[in-house]
Design a protein around this ligand. Sequence first.
Ligand code: DQA
Length: 147
Amino acid sequence: RSILLINGPNLNLLGTREPHIYGHATLEDIAAAATTQAKSLGATLVAFQSNHEGAIVDRIHEARENIDAIVINPGAYTHTSVAIRDALLGVDIPFIELHLSNPHTREPFRHVSYLSDKAASVICGMGAHGYTAAVEFAANHLKIKDT
Ligand code: DQA
């Protein structure tokens, strides 16, 4: 299985960004651990981060070539992006929506997700452990398309 891990805007600042909410692990730490974990489960993982909505849309389109499952922390685009929703639906690759924090305990504008109703699963509020849970699920349990 081939897994694409996408992290959206501001997640490149992990480690120093509001650590009381998002923890102390850097994105590099998280991506490295996810890559190693996927390998140990017999899967491959490619990590991608961008602060730009269009770049995320482009990366999702490219995933049609060789990706079975997408794990995505869309950051603030969770709450705004019809374009990322449409890209995920357009490529028809199953995806897991992931958040470090639990957006439902935060400001009301974070209670809405443009992705959740189409996600295979939604993980939130586990901090960096959410990535471990998502990779394990994507590698071992997620129903993927027959090829
Ligand atoms: C986030 C939650 C979003 O509301 C926020 O905009 C982020 C990070 C999380 O991982 O908890 O950038 O997706």
